[in-house]
Design a protein around this ligand. Structure first.
Ligand SMILES: Cc1ncc(COP(=O)(O)O)c(C=O)c1O
Length: 416
């Protein structure tokens, strides 16, 4: 199959949910991908934050092959060797007590919301005021299923599917006064991404997160953090909340957890877990032997990479700052570790820059029209950063010449 025939048959056979770039990938190795014509690409997006160890990592391949030959699936009616081993590792690095395994980010988030409501019910049963409201943040993104959509603070994602889950209110991003105004004894959870990803790489402010922790502590409501994009080493620490010196009651992770296989997890405390009993929640595939065996190896590898993520992230940020000093089109650099972005003052220039890099064999993406997002594999080297920064420099120089900007004004391509 070539690109043209795949495009044609997908257009006839698939639901029209994606506006894909016209590239057919056939192979990956290390930080590179190759398309059907043999063109090589430097991957600075890592499958939207999934391929944190790059492609074809030898340790992942080894575990994958061994486990695939041994046992792929048994269902959650029975035990297998790896769920508790993986939970033990996640509990250790998160400072929480327990895990539940599922298949994706949105499923982890759904489970976290259910856990919050279930815990509120249990803690209400001894005479406390009913807690059921959920406070989420404007501009957030938590996934595509109904609970996740209901807590996603962007109308464009929710509106086509209204009505939503009742009981959710949105607080202005980093608006401490608004959080205090909307919070009361009816709130069962305040939830947010520690660093908004799809919303344009926006770290929550220390003051806002600290206020959320204090308010929830006072009433027994829960603080739930979505670290599906920013967690598991992406910011140079195991979890982004470590940069803030506090701990949530629930954290969700997914994307890179099983190095490309679908796996998500909810991590929580013993106290919150007391709201659940057998039969209340479950999944057929979640936490199967193949994905969990691979995830154990992923965590082993990440343990040795955190220092590298910090150093490479600092270097990358430094290079982006030099670029910003040269190009007035760069409004802001945001992010932590290897979750970084350039906010550009024009959607057209941002769009042209993504295309310029793609043409030259570099993958990045654009979110919220003006944000160039970088989620490279943790294993990138300074030479890869240099290659990307050189290309961005050329792209922004080319785009500042009026004739070179051919992109349309809107052309939304927001992807999580
Ligand atoms: C912060 C965050 N939460 C949730 C999700 C949903 O994850 P998934 O696409 O695996 O359902 C995403 C996906 O991009 C995300 O970035």
């Amino acid at each position: 199959m070539n690109l043209a025939s795949v495009i044609k048959s997908e257009s006839e056979l698939l639901l029209p949910t994606y506006d894909r770039q016209k590239v057919l990938f056939t192979r990956g190795h290390d930080v590179y991908l190759w398309d059907s014509r043999g063109k090589k690409y430097l991957d600075f997006l890592s499958g939207l934050g999934v391929n944190a160890l790059g492609h074809g990592h030898p340790a992942i391949q080894r575990v994958l092959k061994k486990q695939a030959a041994k046992l792929i699936h048994v269902s959650n009616l029975f035990f297998h060797e790896y769920q508790s081993e993986l939970a033990k590792k996640l509990v250790k690095v998160s400072g929480l007590d327990r895990a539940f395994f599922c298949n994706s980010g949105t499923e982890a988030w759904e489970g976290a919301l259910k856990l919050a409501r279930a815990f509120a019910r249990v803690s209400n049963s001894n005479g406390h005021k009913a807690k059921w409201r959920i406070l989420a943040l404007e501009n957030s993104f938590h996934g595509r299923t109904f609970g996740s959509l209901a807590t996603t603070g962007q109308a464009k994602y929710r509106h086509p599917f209204a009505p939503m889950l009742p009981g959710v209110s949105f607080v202005g991003f980093n608006d401490v006064a608004d959080l205090k105004r909307q919070f009361d004894g009816s709130v069962c959870a305040v939830c947010m991404e520690t660093i908004q990803g799809e919303g344009g790489i926006n770290p929550v402010s220390p003051e806002f997160l600290q206020t959320a922790r204090e308010l929830t502590d006072k009433t027994g409501a829960l603080l739930i953090l979505d670290e599906i994009q920013c967690g598991l080493g992406r910011t140079g620490r195991w979890f982004a909340y470590e940069h803030y010196g506090l701990k949530p009651d629930i954290v969700t992770v997914a994307k890179p957890l099983a190095a490309g296989l679908p796996l998500g997890a909810i991590l929580t405390t013993n106290r919150v877990a007391s709201g659940m009993h057998p039969g209340m929640h479950g999944t057929t595939f979640g936490g199967g032997p193949l994905a969990t065996a691979v995830a154990i190896e992923f965590l082993n590898q990440v343990g040795g990479l955190l220092k590298h993520v910090n150093e490479t992230g600092d270097y990358f940020r430094g290079q982006l700052e030099s670029l910003a000093a040269k190009h007035s089109a760069i409004r802001e650099i945001r992010g932590l570790g290897l979750m970084l972005c350039l906010d550009i003052d024009s959607p057209d220039v941002a769009k042209a820059a993504v295309q310029y890099l793609l043409d030259r064999g570099i993958l990045i993406n654009r979110t919220h029209d003006t944000v160039l997002r970088f989620l490279p594999p943790y294993i990138i080297q300074k030479k890869h950063v240099d290659q990307v920064v050189r290309a961005l420099d050329a792209a922004l120089s080319a785009a500042s010449k009026p004739a070179a900007v051919g992109a349309s004004k809107t052309g939304k391509r927001n992807k999580n």
